[in-house]
Ligand binder design. Structure first.
Ligand code: ZN
Length: 231
């Protein structure tokens, strides 16, 4: 007996790369539901972001805690969290080899960015770079931009430097620099995995729309960060 509904597997054989710009036949009802869901998500997100202003400021002040504060910082700062989830999600959409490469490049370049800050290499405004990373990484998901491997790696690498640089300056004054860094990188990896996990729903038609909507929300959140970074 074949119990599986043919509809749910209709598009299962499509490779992510080949269907990136091929929008499947739209069902008006799905679109309405998604639109409503998107609106609710947007309102909730904007409300949270406005309320959570102090969570993403990088003033370069000393860090009190060690390992635990390192773990908590990316999880409690929307700017890091959204960018790091987006890296995993974009990798999942693009498939191999980027599903592996992007979540490896980000933490490595983040550590490199922290090092640049420690040796006082100047960088354009860090807060601006982090905000821009959220805008761009959300947008590439929303538009399902199938970047060539080298370009996707470069985009992720450059933005990762900013995320690391933001904390490199304060690391030497931290109570436990090694512990803080380890926690921070662990958390980053966890958020990449969350992004890859979200990418699983991208295989289905409706899920693909939800992923695009999520990308749009992330990008809009990035615009809020950008505005706050400039203002
Ligand atoms: Zn931070």
């Amino acid at each position: 007996m074949s119990s599986a509904s043919p509809r749910s597997h209709r598009r299962a054989s499509h490779s992510p790369a080949s269907s990136l710009t091929n929008e499947p036949r739209r069902r008006p009802h799905d679109d309405e539901n998604l639109l409503a869901l998107g609106r609710i998500g947007l309102v909730t997100l904007l409300a949270t972001l406005t309320a959570a202003t102090p969570a993403f400021a990088h003033e370069g002040t000393g860090l009190a805690g060690g390992f635990l504060s390192g773990i908590l910082h990316p999880l409690t700062g929307w700017d890091h969290l959204l960018a790091m989830v987006a890296v995993g999600l974009w990798g999942a959409i693009l498939g191999r080899p980027l599903i592996i490469a992007l979540p490896v490049i980000f933490p490595v370049m983040m550590v490199a960015g922290a090092f640049l800050a420690m040796v006082n290499v100047p960088l354009p405004p860090v807060e601006f770079g982090i905000a821009l990373s959220v805008v761009v990484l959300g947008a590439v998901i929303a538009f399902r931009y199938a970047a060539p491997v080298w370009l996707a790696c470069t985009i992720v690498a450059v933005f990762a430097v900013f995320h690391g640089y933001a904390h490199g300056m304060e690391l030497p004054s931290a109570a436990d620099p090694a512990g803080y860094s380890t926690g921070f990188v662990l958390s980053t990896g966890l958020l990449h995995i969350v992004g890859i996990g979200i990418g699983l729903i991208d295989r289905h038609e409706t899920g693909r729309k939800a992923v695009r909507a999520l990308g749009a929300l992330i990008s809009i959140a990035g615009c809020v960060f950008l505005w706050k970074a400039i203002a």
